[in-house]
Design a protein around this ligand. Structure first.
Ligand SMILES: [Zn+2]
Length: 219
């Protein structure tokens, strides 16, 4: 008697877990929304037609070099990174997935973009050496993206192909506890304890972490 009750409860528990799992799976699927990429602004910023309107999307977790624009000079491989993103998704249907924060301070959507064949664009850009892993804040794929960046470096892809020939790039740094970022050679920067130090590959990445430029080193 006790045994059969035990068996009954085990079976019931098993059934409940299956139902929960199926539910979790279907909500995670419906979470991926469809959009169409109508423009590519640079390697990591695109415009999509989503939910009936055009929205600017910042690809989450990846930074590509700057392209030449009004009042700014481009960075090494900026145009190539843009071309890569165009080749991958321009005019195509994509699936858009959000992390815990849906927009940034500029009102852009922050998203992971998947192609219809399942290719994960954010990751692909880093894997092919067209961008860096965004390290200034936590996101779901931080560790994976850092790993992809290291693999691209080892294989000398894209950005990493001619690293020895390019001029030493200026880096930007900040303390985890501060709202200011510096040139890495700033006196204030040198006082940041190593366990608090955040290094940004580009100025854009530093600014996008929500920090303002230091008034003395003016990065
Ligand atoms: Zn400074």
């Amino acid at each position: 008697m006790i045994n059969s009750m035990k068996r009954y409860f085990t079976a019931k528990l098993f059934l409940i877990s299956i139902i929960l799992l199926v539910n979790m799976f279907s909500t995670s699927l419906s979470h991926a929304d469809q959009a169409i990429c109508t423009h590519v602004l640079d390697g990591d910023t695109i415009i999509v037609l989503y939910d009936g309107k055009e929205e600017k999307v910042r690809l989450l977790g990846v930074n590509t070099p700057e392209i030449t624009g009004f009042n700014k000079s481009g960075e090494y491989l900026g145009e190539e990174a843009k071309r890569f993103t165009i080749k991958m998704i321009h005019g195509k249907k994509v699936n858009i997935v959000f992390d815990n924060k849906k927009t940034d301070m500029y009102g852009r959507l922050l998203a992971y973009i998947y192609l219809e064949d399942g290719t994960f664009l954010n990751a692909e850009i880093i894997k092919q050496g067209y961008g860096y892993a965004q390290k200034g804040f936590l996101h779901k794929y931080l560790n994976e993206f850092i790993k992809f960046e290291q693999e691209a470096k080892r294989s000398k892809l894209g950005l990493w192909a001619k690293k020895t020939k390019t001029k030493k790039t200026r880096k930007y740094v900040a303390s985890k506890n501060s709202t200011v970022f510096h040139n890495s050679n700033c006196g204030h920067a040198k006082q940041i304890k190593s366990y608090n130090l955040i290094i940004f590959e580009t100025r854009k990445e530093a600014a996008e972490s929500g920090r303002r430029p230091c008034k003395s080193c003016r990065p």
